[in-house]
Design a protein around this ligand. Structure first.
Ligand code: GLY
Ligand code: MN
Ligand code: MN
Length: 437
């Protein structure tokens, strides 16, 4: 559980990095229509949530820093409204928000336009992340034009607009002890769900039933939603990287690839495992599976402070390329094939990504054009794969095989902690689990 004091500290840290005489505006997410008059489950904007811990739509957080460097926080949130709350659910209201969220000033949303003009007027710099919410962008541009248009009234618009996301995303890249505790638990719940799906799998079951097993386990453990669309791809479907139809029946002799993780208190887990529907790998499946697993281990060896995602990817690609030569899938010299990135024909995606409030989390991958070194507190996925669809130029026995193996790693002082290691991964472990339902 992220404590309220942590949200207070985050706002203070953001304020400390802002220029004197500046103002930052961070809007909440809006509700989105799913059909006619029903909405998709509401998901808060990750940056807004990171700074506020407040889970209602339409709110706006404003941070002010005066010329002397003193900071003030202001929150606008939906008005209390008995009728609306009877129909659609409780609202915190601005009075309670002030004490509960420890915000300096809070206002009902109905006062936004008026108060925002006062809060922005006269500051030199505006921090704002444009391009996410079009209607809120319009509001901000309208406000700037109002301030620019009336100098005789004493209005002055900020001269400089900076992207507030650059500051927030750098903070989000490094996880605190409490964030790590939540991500550890998200990893554990997701790992248990994968084990459950493996145990449920059998010929005649369906991809959507495996999805249901996973989602049931998430919800039963307090994680009501998956962090992204669950992928359950059996047979040739495993070669479609973001397959989410999940509609086919599982067939004996096929592999099934599951890429799924829960979202817990806003934080994502992201696990992929690939296993045989009938519990036994065939020889060609074993060869490809072990190659991907070996590539993951080679990448793991580079995951430590000072290492880079690029180095880890090169290590993985070296293993994959040599393995594909050994299997007769690639022909040529290892160094030349590496130079030509020949394995990319069958490994089309990146090795991994930052993980946090967003599954493909924020944070720069390069610093001053150079690959960014890992440092303690970062969390990332390592997820090599090989995919041979029906048109792949490979020996017949490999067609229709898609394998990805994905874990979530926390960078520590000495290396990494694998947050998702409890899902079986070797062929022996998977076959043992599936034979022992
Ligand atoms: N689940 C999306 C990914 O692995 O990146
Ligand atoms: Mn994934
Ligand atoms: Mn991933």
């Amino acid at each position: 559980m992220i404590k309220n004091t942590e949200f207070v500290t985050r706002r203070a840290r953001l304020l400390a990095q802002m220029d004197n005489n500046s103002v930052a505006i961070i809007p909440a997410a809006v509700e989105l229509t799913r059909s006619r008059d029903t909405e998709f489950p509401f998901r808060q904007d990750s940056d807004f949530f990171y700074l506020s811990g407040f889970n209602e739509p339409d709110a706006v957080l404003v941070l002010n820093k005066d010329a002397a460097g003193n900071g003030t926080t202001t929150l606008f949130c939906r008005n209390k409204d008995k009728l609306a709350e009877v129909w659609h659910g409780r609202r915190l209201g601005h009075e309670q928000a002030k004490t509960q969220l420890q915000i300096d000033d809070t206002y009902p949303l109905s006062e936004l336009d008026h108060q925002l003009a006062i809060l922005v007027n006269g500051h030199k710099v505006l921090y704002y992340g444009q391009g996410t919410y079009a209607s809120f962008d319009d509001k901000v541009w309208q406000l700037l034009s109002t301030l620019r248009g009336a100098p005789k009234k004493g209005y002055r618009a900020p001269e400089i607009i900076k992207d507030v996301r650059l500051l927030i995303h750098e903070m989000r890249l490094f996880k605190s002890a409490d964030e790590i505790a939540v991500m550890r638990l998200a990893g554990k719940i997701s790992a248990e769900a994968h084990i459950r799906a493996m145990q449920f799998a059998k010929p005649g079951a369906t991809e959507y039933q495996l999805e249901a097993e996973l989602h049931h386990h998430y919800a039963m453990n307090g994680a009501r939603h998956p962090a992204y669309g669950t992928i359950v791809g059996s047979g040739i479907n495993a070669t479609i990287l973001h397959y989410t139809e999940n509609s086919d029946e599982l067939k004996a002799g096929d592999l099934v690839l599951i890429d799924s993780g829960c979202e817990l208190e806003g934080y994502a887990a992201d696990i992929t495992r690939t296993f045989p529907v009938n519990g036994k790998f065939s020889e060609p499946q074993k060869a490809i599976y072990n190659l991907v697993l070996e590539a993951q281990h080679a990448a793991f060896a580079e995951v430590k402070p000072g290492g880079t995602l690029q180095q880890a990817n090169q290590a993985a690609m070296r293993v994959l390329t040599q393995g594909l030569i050994n299997l007769g899938i690639l022909a040529g010299e290892l160094e030349e094939l590496l130079e030509a990135q020949a394995c990319k024909a069958f490994y089309m995606h990146g090795l991994g990504h930052w993980l946090g409030l967003d599954v493909h989390d924020v944070g720069e991958y390069k610093l001053d054009e150079a690959d960014r070194p890992f440092a303690p507190g970062m969390v990332l996925t390592i997820e090599p794969g090989l995919y041979f669809d029906e048109d792949a130029a490979v020996p017949e026995q490999y067609k229709g095989i898609g394998v990805r193996i994905e874990d979530d790693l926390l960078i520590t002082e000495s290396g990494f902690e694998n947050l998702t290691e409890s899902v079986p991964k070797t062929i022996a472990e998977i076959e043992a689990l599936m034979s022992n339902k």
